[in-house]
Design a protein around this ligand. Structure first.
Ligand code: SF4
Length: 733
């Protein structure tokens, strides 16, 4: 007789007939999970699994990683290069050479006619680091346009800017292991369980062992807020006021770490003078958190032996994004919480290789965190590449969010988009449509031909995706990990590295510069250039990285020679006094006056509109929209609305409503939930022709990142049949 468990039918896992497992790194988010892709005897990817010995994910994957092997042959992949003479004609398939010839000729025509900077290049956070480095070499050293950026401006630019302003360099100081040591965790606008599920698991496991308090600052009751000890439902866009008020309490009650401040910082007096203006009683009227709670949280943070702050888009995507990051750094500097286990600032990055582009793509400067503004940096790179330093501009050109308005004004005439989809990702869709139509020449290079932006391109270049090629990514905690090639590129696709090399050959200037063909050769160049830099990778190699399941930078040649093992976790920046990246080694405490320039709800548009991510989707659904097990959970756009607000307007759960802003309107399904307060709605950003028809897109003055998360809207009850028709049309577009 069988009892209990033995009585149940055993779970059977379908045999996928895997013949070989290949090591790789997940190509979605910046958590950086080690993954193995299983291929069958015919070489077809049929399964994905987490890697047990990897420090980041320890065998686990989230719902995106588990089905990642399905993206290779997903619907909509590019097959061959496409070309047409105008946007009003149909595409024709072509061979690579004539298409690349045409592309090079158009770039030269535009630059000769209108000037070098009239052709712009916008890339992504999705390429391999070797590809980013090569694209930077092509753009800065050969084509020579200064209007070059990545779509990471939509995501992490405020973090980059904030780190540079506070510490003198980009580079997150902390790591995931800090969760194991902290006594207090504050999460600012970060919904880990949905955005970075495996980092959430690391945090939760640490919290279950040591039970540290979790404080979540978020206007919405996110999944993380539901698990918080203290949830601060801050008024959108006012984090800086809360930070200043917390510092007011800390300094007025003498809770600061005086010794740390004196040994490591400049600017204390100016900061103190500014935060004196933010007494909790006055601040509470702006940021919406009651004064006693502000005092209680400030004391809890400052009195903890080790306190850390993490943040994501709730801070970055704001008109005060860069200030919000500096505010977090200020808070950690005055409490002595930088560079020690469990005491840190840690931005939770978005895309799988947003860090790689920051380090090596030359978007905002030159490789290895070098600056165009510094003559010695320009000379060093020019000498290494074999070109005249005068070829480089002496300061950074436009960010992505300034490139599009410059197309409107006619300053930019041609554009090359690489693995980015602004028709869905940029604010104000209607304006973006008109902008792209103005271009004399648009190239879209992507793994998928059906991205919405291809509609406006003159040339489409089909790129290999993720593990159809080889190279490294850097994750949120500075860990360099490798993606090995699992299969040959789909159809006639080429790796982005090969495409950049093929384009380079068509320019006279490239004869002076070497463009290695193999990713490992490119990595060797990067290693040489990294020596002595903050992001030193000179002790690494592709094989060692795979062997260790990822290595955090810095890992120097000297450390390798001395036989030091690459740390498998726990590598931090600024652990020694006076090692910040300003000339005097000191960090800067920066006063942050608050200027309220948000679009706020009023009688005509009475709701705040907030946007964000869902666990099953990634960015504009270019990939996850094609994977059945991801797409079926959230196939259509929806809007969270508070049940009390919905009932007052006669809105039923799961019926269509029309959301209207000063920019446009969108039809979505209403989901009644108490996750949003009565004066707020939330719409996921993944869907085409939806939330970005409404968003304002005001820019942060330092980072140029748009304020996707704050604008005002009104809700209208709409005819259900008409709305269903409109919604379907919009999805079929
Ligand atoms: Fe991939 Fe991020 Fe999920 Fe890890 S958490 S499996 S890196 S999407």
């Amino acid at each position: 007789m069988l009892f209990g468990r033995d009585k149940k039918n055993p779970i059977s896992i379908a045999d996928k007939k895997v013949d070989k497992w290949t090591y790789s790194t997940c190509g979605y988010c910046s958590t950086g999970c080690s993954i193995e892709i299983g291929t069958n005897k015919e070489g077809k990817p049929v399964a994905s699994r987490g890697v047990g010995g990897a420090d980041v994910n320890r065998g686990k994957l989230c719902v995106k990683g588990i089905f990642e092997h399905e993206i290779f042959e997903a619907e909509g992949r590019g097959e061959k290069p496409l070309i047409r003479n105008s946007m009003h004609e149909g595409y024709e398939m072509e061979e690579w050479d004539p298409v690349l010839d045409k592309m090079a000729a158009e770039i030269k025509r535009i630059q000769t006619t209108y000037g070098r900077d009239s052709f712009a290049i916008v890339s992504t956070g999705q390429l391999l680091t070797e590809e980013f480095y090569t694209l930077g070499k092509l753009t800065r050293g050969v084509i020579g346009t200064n209007n070059y950026d990545g779509n990471t401006t939509l995501c992490m630019a405020s973090a980059v800017s904030g780190y540079k302003r506070s510490f003198g360099s980009d580079g997150p100081p902390g790591c995931y292991e800090d969760f194991d040591h902290t006594d207090c965790l504050m999460a600012w606008g970060s919904n880990l369980p949905e955005q970075h599920p495996i980092i959430y698991w690391r945090m939760k496991e640490a919290q279950e062992k040591r039970d540290f308090p979790l404080i979540v600052v978020d206007p919405r009751v996110t999944m993380l807020a539901q698990n918080a000890d203290i949830h601060l439902a801050v008024t959108p866009g006012t984090d800086v006021v809360l930070q200043n008020a917390m510092m007011h309490v800390i300094l007025s009650e003498g809770l600061e770490d005086r010794e740390y401040i004196e040994a490591n910082t400049n600017g204390y007096e100016q900061l103190e003078k500014e935060v004196q203006k933010y007494d909790p009683a006055s601040a509470s009227k702006i940021c919406g958190i009651d004064e006693d709670t502000i005092r209680m949280v400030a004391r809890l943070y400052a009195k903890s032996n080790r306190a850390m702050s993490i943040w994501t888009m709730g801070i970055n995507q704001s008109t005060h994004g860069s200030d919000g990051v500096v505010g977090i750094n200020n808070l950690n500097l005055i409490t002595g919480n930088i560079g020690k286990p469990g005491g840190t600032s840690l931005s939770i990055t978005g895309q799988c290789n947003a860090m790689g582009t920051r380090e090596w793509s030359s978007c905002s400067g030159l490789p290895g965190y070098r600056a165009l503004e510094k003559a010695e940096d320009r000379e060093e790179i020019a000498k290494f590449w074999g070109i005249d330093p005068e070829f480089f501009p002496k300061q950074r050109g436009m960010a992505q969010t300034d490139i599009f308005p410059a197309i409107e004004t006619g300053e930019i005439k041609g554009l090359w988009l690489i693995a980015t989809n602004p028709m869905t990702s940029m604010p104000n869709t209607a304006r973006m449509r008109k902008t792209l139509e103005k271009l004399e020449f648009l190239v879209v290079q992507d793994s998928y031909a059906d991205v919405e932006t291809t509609e406006y391109a003159h040339v489409f270049l089909p790129a290999a995706t993720w593990a159809e090629k080889e190279g490294v990514f850097t994750n949120t905690e500075r860990r360099v990990n490798i993606t090995r090639q699992v299969k040959q590129p789909h159809a006639d696709c080429r790796s982005d590295l090969q495409i950049f090399n093929d384009v380079a050959k068509r320019f006279e200037q490239s004869k002076k510069i070497k463009f290695p063909e193999k990713p490992a050769q490119v990595f060797e160049e990067m290693k040489t250039l990294s020596k002595g830099r903050l992001c030193d990778i000179s002790g690494m190699s592709h094989d060692l990285i795979e062997d260790k399941r990822g290595i955090q930078w810095p890992y120097t040649e000297k450390q390798k020679k001395k036989g030091e093992r690459p740390v498998s976790g726990g590598n931090r920046l600024y652990t020694e006094p006076g090692t910040f990246r300003f000339a005097d080694g000191m960090a800067k405490l920066i006063p942050l006056p608050f200027i309220d320039n948000n679009e706020v709800p009023d009688e005509h548009y009475p709701f705040w509109m907030n946007s964000g991510r869902l666990v099953e989707h990634f960015h504009t659904r270019t990939k996850t929209g094609k994977v059945g097990n991801n797409n079926k959970f959230s196939p259509v756009p929806f809007m969270e609305i508070n049940p009390d607000a919905a009932h007052e307007m006669g809105i039923q759960h799961s019926t269509y409503v029309r959301v209207v802003s000063r920019r446009g309107d969108a039809v979505v399904l209403a989901m009644l939930t108490h996750r949003v307060p009565k004066n707020m709605v939330f719409i996921p950003f993944h869907y085409f022709d939806c939330v970005n028809r409404l968003t304002l897109g005001l820019l942060d003055p330092y980072s140029r990142q748009p304020a996707f998360k704050q604008c005002s809207v009104r809700i209208e009850v709409t005819d259900q049949e008409e709305a269903a028709r409109l919604s379907k049309e919009s999805r079929d577009y």
